[in-house]
Structures are given as C-alpha cells and as structure tokens.
Design a protein around this ligand. Structure first.
Ligand SMILES: [Zn+2]
Length: 240
C-alpha cells in the first residue's frame, strides 16, 4: 500500500514551495478544483502544472494526420476527468524503475513510482504531470485492457504535452538524469515529431515496448501506424 505523507494532510494551508530548482511555479490553481483526497505536495504541484497547459492546435492536427487521437484536448480536461471520476493518485512501488506510473482499474487509482515521492525537482514534477495525463487516458477507457493504438493515442498526447511544457518553460529537461525524464517524457516528444515520414524509430520503440499488445481495440481502432508496429504491414515488416 502506498504511504501518504501525513505532513501534508492540511495541504490547503501549506504555503507554496519556494525552492524550485528552476522557475517558481504559479500559485496552484488546483486548489480551486477542491480534490478532498489531495494531500501530497508533489502530486498537487504536478496536477497544478497539468491543469495549466493547453495543447497547440498544430500539434493536435499533426497527430491526427498520423492517425493518433489524444483522449484529452488539454491538461485541464484530464484534471477535470480525474476530479469528476474520483480517480485517486498516489505513490507506490512499481515492479521496475522503468515503470514510471500505472493505473489500477480496481482501485481507480493512478500510482506513480515512489522513486519520485516527495520530489521537489521541477523537471520531475512536470514529468509526473505527463505520467498522470497518460494514466488518466487509461482511466477514461476503464476497460482494463490496452492496445498498440491506445498507447499511441496516449503517448502522442504525452508528446504534445511535453512540447507545451518546453514552450512554457524552455528546455529544462535536458540536464535531468532522472529516468522518468530521460527514458520517459523526453523520448516520445522526439519520436513522434521526428522529421522521418515513416517514423521508423517510433515504430521500433513501440514494437519493443508494446508489440505484444493487440493492434487496436473497440475504443482505439488500429491506424495504419498501429498495424505497421504490429508488423502486419509488409512494407514495414522486419524479421525478429
Ligand atoms: Zn499506457
């Protein structure tokens, strides 16, 4: 069971953190959304950042042209869903340091790898915001199942959220050594927006990580890209 830090049980009366490693964050507007369970300062900061980003229309159009359909059109859309569907967010041990976050259908809870518990490192907080966004996609589906297309839809959404953070804060991620940053959120922003029209590196990475999944599902019908990742498109087929 994840441990909730009782120091922050009275979160709404806790003054905003002053010692961010980079830019100070805005007054957390998340307070206005009144999430009664929200006691953890790191999660509150991540949700606040998520609540305040919007996606670039051109980025959304770019994804659409790739056959990728993000379930939320802004960060606040995801935060509203979390509030309205009473999704909880907590830190917990995950089975590997490479699993940054997970959604538990039975508990309706998003778990963030407890390696990052109590982090006040700003790039990590933004990365947690992106992880929450991704898992909020799985929570919205509520089908306990995934597919290559579903992951494409959510990871593509992660890519444009990451670009929104870069636009807002500059490249504050490139010096981070944290896995959730360098093997997490940085990766997909690059892969989805690679100039290569065949997106070969994205296809390779998706094959490796998600190739075992079905290519699509009822909520996420497989696009050409998903079929290519699954290996059904012979022009993209590679043995092994
Ligand atoms: Zn996923």
């Amino acid at each position: 069971m994840p441990q909730i830090n009782t120091v922050f049980t009275n979160f709404l009366n806790v003054p905003p953190v002053q010692n961010w490693q980079t830019k100070p964050q805005q007054t957390p507007k998340i307070e206005a959304k009144k999430l009664p369970w929200l006691k953890d300062r790191t999660i509150a900061a991540a949700l606040s950042e998520l609540d305040n980003i919007s996606f670039d229309e051109k980025d959304l159009a770019y994804l659409k042209a790739m056959g990728v359909n993000p379930p939320y059109k802004s960060g606040s859309g995801a935060v509203d869903f979390i509030k309205n569907s009473n999704v909880r967010i907590a830190f917990a041990k995950t089975s590997s340091k490479h699993i940054h976050a997970q959604y538990d259908y039975e508990k309706n809870t998003i778990y963030i790898n407890d390696l990052y518990k109590n982090s006040q490192d700003f790039p990590v907080i933004l990365a947690i915001a992106e992880a929450i966004l991704h898992e909020a996609g799985h929570a919205k589906d509520n089908d306990g199942d995934s597919s290559i297309q579903e992951e494409l839809d959510f990871l593509g959404m992660n890519a444009i959220a990451h670009r929104a953070f870069l636009k807002k804060y500059g490249d504050i991620f490139n010096e981070s050594d944290e896995l959730i940053v360098k093997d997490g959120v940085n990766v997909y922003a690059e892969l989805f927006f690679e100039p290569d029209p065949d997106k070969k590196k994205l296809v390779e990475r998706m094959k490796k990580k998600y190739g075992y999944l079905q290519q699509g599902d009822a909520l996420h019908p497989a696009s050409k890209l998903a079929r290519k990742i699954k290996g059904f498109d012979f022009t993209a087929f590679s043995a092994g």
